[in-house]
Design a protein around this ligand. Structure first.
Ligand code: FES
Ligand SMILES: [Fe+2]
Length: 375
């Protein structure tokens, strides 16, 4: 039994020796459908940095957007001095949600009893304050989270202090900066989402392996050369640098167009987002788990101004082609989800060189999962 299997057995296996065989590799089936596992793994996300939007959404004083990290609602807001702040979207008085969607405000005012807060999170006023004798107003604050940016993307971390974004991302920014466009200049040109009846980890694991390229995507992703994929572990994350096939048709690929000498810089940043560069655009996947067996899969498409000029975005044909690829993936992942309650479910072995990203992800997941049990 490998290390991963031993650790996961302790926390995840309640079925005794019957599943011994399946724990040679991989996580046990219950990691993909049990509600108690799901709730603990969502707690483990408290210590992760997650991409929640773009700086361009909060350019001016008072601009804000709300976002979700795991099962937690937050908002990000631009303060008067130009810095960004992130707060839990919860009123300290009795817990009402404070803001919805996105907008602009110079004070945060709770709709329930009209407590007001500065954009630094300090209490500014409360109606009928004589009803709160002895309240220490200076101690009443919105609960803050960390916020930082890279490449125009906004990231938050629910833990108010601790590991910086730069440390967390490890070598990933340097890897992505090989792309011949400035990440800060990307503008969102499209977005849509799916709700898939699968555990979020299966979607990650499917992204991390190239073994299925020729089987599941036999026709749709011929633009890539499966023999020219260089995968590299970077901290908690996984870089997947993909070479293009030596054929002229790749220049016309609707989604992932490139040149034969180009690379597509793809990769996974733990725990829930994936990035793919192409000649004409950057696509991002963001996973928002809704339950142990339901995941919202967001697709976000970005182009710089120069890409928009050179390769005008054609929404209908682009979506149709991208959807074709993703439906192939979703179909495969559903096959896995269908089996997780089976006594015969398990991973016999990961394909060396083709599925190495999965055990790395699972070890990272398990370390975070174990840590969260101490909270
Ligand atoms: S819950 Fe917000 S003011 Fe009462
Ligand atoms: Fe795929």
């Amino acid at each position: 039994m490998n290390h991963l299997a031993q650790s996961s057995k302790h926390l995840l296996d309640d079925s005794g020796s019957s599943s011994e065989y399946f724990h040679r590799f991989g996580l046990p089936g219950r990691a993909y459908y049990k509600t108690d596992v799901f709730e603990q793994e969502m707690r483990s996300w408290n210590h992760t940095w997650q991409m929640v939007g773009r700086e361009s959404q909060v350019q001016n004083f008072g601009d804000y957007f709300t976002c979700t990290v795991g099962d937690q609602s937050l908002f990000v807001i631009r303060t008067e001095n130009g810095s960004l702040r992130a707060f839990h979207n919860v009123c300290p008085h009795r817990g009402a949600q404070l803001l919805v969607d996105q907008g602009n405000c110079h004070q945060v005012r709770c709709h329930y009893h009209a407590w007001r807060f500065s954009l630094e999170g300090n209490l500014l006023g409360l109606p009928q304050s004589q009803c709160f004798p002895g309240i220490d107003r200076s101690a009443v604050q919105l609960r803050s989270a960390q916020v930082d940016t890279w490449g125009g993307f906004v990231f938050v971390n629910l833990t108010p202090t601790g590991e910086s974004l730069q440390t967390y991302l490890a070598g990933f920014p340097a890897y992505l900066e090989q792309y011949d466009h400035d990440w800060k200049e990307l503008e969102r040109v499209d977005s849509w989402f799916y709700e898939e009846p699968v555990n979020w980890k299966f979607l990650v694991e499917n992204y991390l392996e190239s073994y299925h390229l020729s089987t599941v995507h036999g026709k749709s992703l011929q633009c890539f050369d499966p023999r020219n994929i260089q995968a590299t572990i970077t901290g908690r994350h996984y870089q997947i640098c993909v070479g293009y096939a030596a054929q002229d048709s790749i220049k016309q690929h609707q989604v992932f167009a490139g040149e034969p000498q180009h690379k597509s810089y793809q990769g996974f940043i733990f725990p829930n987002w994936m990035v793919n560069t192409a000649r004409d655009n950057v696509s991002v996947f963001r996973l928002l788990p809704l339950s142990a067996t339901q995941t919202r899969f967001e697709v976000l498409i970005y182009q710089t101004r120069s890409q928009q000029t050179a390769f005008p975005y054609n929404r209908d044909s682009f979506r149709a082609e991208f959807d074709r690829v993703l439906q192939e993936d979703f179909g495969a992942v559903r096959l896995l989800q269908s089996s997780v309650r089976s006594q015969a479910y398990g991973v016999l072995q990961f394909a060396a060189g083709l599925e190495d990203g999965i055990p790395h992800f699972q070890r990272t997941w398990l370390a975070a999962f174990n840590d969260s049990s101490l909270n």
